[in-house]
Design a protein around this ligand. Structure first.
Ligand code: NAP
Length: 340
């Protein structure tokens, strides 16, 4: 069997670390693995699969022997280094926002639009974590019932911002409980024992970039530009697991039994919906779970087409690392390194 040379760019970060775990579980046919991070981490040792890897920085020629490079280093760094990696011959799977809306770049959730992977021109984009879990949860409803409008409010974990934010929540919680001064560096406000209703920068229309990502990316992934999406994205003091309160307006009135049937027969989600027994998804449950969790289903009191639901997903794994590795697995299994 052909073996592949894989690079993880951002290997020391929250997503890069999860990628290493997922790669181990997926057992892809890897010949050579390169771990790359910023010059700050050059020379750092990472133990993986009984071997010790030395972290490298990006330099000329580093991607020349690489087949697939999984990038998780933020948009500005992706824009800086991905052109070089493509030029040197690697196929890129990028976790950042840099290329997601580029017409030439497929935006992929393998459970939904894997057929678009082969249309790549050297770069494939991984969607935003809040988009991935939402589209996976509602995919069967979009296919069977068609969605007219999505109103979503997110409750996003600090791990979505990266390792520094995880450390900040820990340190602020310790300081606050010990009645010491609480220092803020990563977020504009204290996140411990608080919520911050702004993620990423705000646009002229009042929406934040994170909210607009939910809009644009959902339409591109479903290839349905009639769907309306309006979002409020909120950071909450949770370490791992994003939650979303979603109100769907379907195109036609629906029967709740059919909705339950569609959701419970989707292999990519787990329906946890027995509120009378306190069974519904919480972010802690997503820590050990790769499926998207769905619960609190109920019909809008005022509309035959309105459906309320609560969605929880593991933002680091399915929201980033796992989705990227699943794309790599699809490329390898279908032998479409150079497109289809
Ligand atoms: P993180 O924990 O802050 O890690 C950032 C990584 O990027 C580190 O490995 C860092 O290396 C590396 N890096 C920084 N500057 C670099 C440079 N000049 N050259 C090479 N490597 C560099 O962040 P993260 O949460 O893993 O997120 C990384 C990316 O994934 C972002 O694009 C983010 O938007 C995306 N993403 C994250 C999530 C999530 O839930 N966390 C979800 C979806 C997408 P050093 O350790 O050496 O600084």
């Amino acid at each position: 069997m052909k073996e592949y040379n894989i690079a993880i760019v951002g290997a020391t970060g929250a997503v890069g670390t999860a990628m290493l775990e997922v790669l181990k579980e997926y057992d892809l046919p890897i010949n050579k693995l390169k771990l790359i991070a910023s010059p700050r981490s050059e020379g750092k040792k990472i133990q993986y699969n009984k071997d010790t890897y030395i972290v490298q920085k990006v330099e000329k020629g580093i991607f020349e022997d690489i087949d697939i490079a999984l990038f998780s280093i933020g948009s500005s760094n992706s824009k800086k280094f991905i052109p070089q990696a493509v030029y040197e011959g690697a196929l890129i799977i990028d976790n950042s926002n840099a290329y997601r809306m580029d017409k030439e770049v497929p935006l992929i959730v393998p459970e939904i639009n894997p057929e678009k992977i082969k249309k790549h021109n050297g770069i494939i984009a991984n969607p935003n974590c809040s988009t991935i879990q939402m589209v996976v949860a509602i995919n069967s409803l979009q296919k069977a019932k068609k969605i007219k409008k999505i109103y979503v409010s997110t409750y996003q974990a600090v791990s979505g911002t990266g390792q520094k934010a995880i450390n900040e929540l820990k340190e602020q919680s310790r300081a606050y409980l010990n009645k010491e001064e609480v220092k803020t560096e990563v977020y504009p406000h204290q996140i411990a024992f608080n919520t911050v209703p702004m993620i990423d920068k705000v646009n002229d229309n009042g929406y934040t970039e994170e909210e607009l990502k939910l809009n644009r990316e959902t339409r591109k992934i479903f290839d349905d530009y009639e769907i309306m999406v309006t979002a409020t994205a909120v950071r909450v003091p949770v370490f791992y697991g994003h939650s979303e309160s979603v109100h769907l307006e379907l195109k036609k009135p629906y029967d709740m039994e059919e909705i339950r049937y569609l959701l419970s027969s989707d292999p990519n989600i787990k329906l946890l919906d027995e509120p009378e027994n306190n069974i519904y998804p919480t972010p802690l449950m997503s820590e050990e779970e790769d499926k998207i969790l769905v619960g609190r289903l109920r019909k809008d009191l005022h509309s035959e087409c309105g459906l309320e639901m609560w969605i929880v997903g593991n933002n680091i794994r399915k929201g980033a690392a796992l989705n990227a590795v699943q794309i790599a697995e699809y490329i390898i299994k279908n032998n479409i390194l150079n497109g289809g």
